[in-house]
Design a protein around this ligand. Structure first.
Ligand code: FMN
Length: 232
């Protein structure tokens, strides 16, 4: 983690994620409503999925994607962390969550469940729960695993639980998506998934990528159908 000596550097825009120039990241300064793509990734597989979800959101006009991650949890997890990590997207704030039109939440599978850093972030959202800020907003989930049957569905389903407590409207992947019937790896009705292999070296195949994009697109379209941005 870079320690910023000069406070003013805190206002430096976050380093843009390593997306190709053919796909520029939407600006946070846009006045469009946005889908928050919030994820944790330690070795990059869930990160790659998040970028496909962002691409899916970005195919829908009138709504943006906002990519955010969370810091790792450690013995000093209560310390104040820099909002600008060394690389990758900015760490999410509760305000990012509060103001989103929709949410797509991604985590590596950890023993059949979501990873602690993301859970830790969601566990700090009780003020939003009290205010009802997320009620009736669409939400979806995605995960990456090292083994094909290592708990993708259990992770996706358990990631949905806090979102239900927040009153969010859960969005999955319908079987009208062609890849849902043909996939040889990830892709479930509960959300997008990726089989990264034992060493994490298996890249997403075309079907896994398309299902990530389909999920982002679906959440974005539902946000607009539910009136996000209307009257803005
Ligand atoms: C503590 C721990 C628990 C894990 N539990 C599982 C598991 O239950 N099932 C599985 O298939 N992979 C499991 N994995 C592997 C990760 O889910 C997998 O490598 C994932 O693709 C990592 O995503 P990332 O590259 O975004 O960090 C575990 C990894 C760690 C470190």
């Amino acid at each position: 983690m870079t320690i910023l000596a000069d406070d003013s550097l805190c206002y430096t825009p976050p380093p843009l994620v390593a997306l190709s120039s053919a796909f520029p990241m939407p600006s946070d300064r846009s006045e469009n409503p946005y889908v928050l793509v919030l994820y944790y990734s330690r070795s990059g597989s869930t990160d790659a999925m998040a970028r496909q979800v962002v691409r899916g959101v970005s195919t829908v006009s009138g709504i943006d994607a906002r990519l955010r991650t969370v810091p790792p949890v450690s013995n000093d997890c209560e310390a104040i962390t820099d909002q600008v990590p060394d690389d990758g997207p900015t760490y999410a704030s509760q305000d990012d969550l509060c103001s989103c039109a929709g949410l797509v939440l991604g985590s590596p599978t950890r023993f059949g469940n979501m990873a602690a850093p993301l859970k830790y972030f969601m566990d700090q959202s009780s003020e939003l729960w009290l205010s009802g800020s997320l009620i009736d907003k669409p939400a979806a989930v995605f995960t990456s695993t090292s083994s094909l049957h290592g708990g993708q569905e259990s992770t996706l389903l358990s990631m949905q639980l806090p979102l239900l407590h927040h009153g969010m409207l859960l969005v999955g992947l319908p079987y009208s998506e062609p890849g849902m019937m043909t996939t040889q790896a990830g892709g479930t009705p509960y959300g997008a998934s990726h089989w990264a292999g034992a060493t994490g070296g298996r890249s997403m195949d075309a079907t896994e990528q398309e299902l990530c994009r389909a999920l982002g697109r679906r959440v974005a379209e539902l946000c607009l159908r539910l009136g996000a941005g209307a009257g803005a």
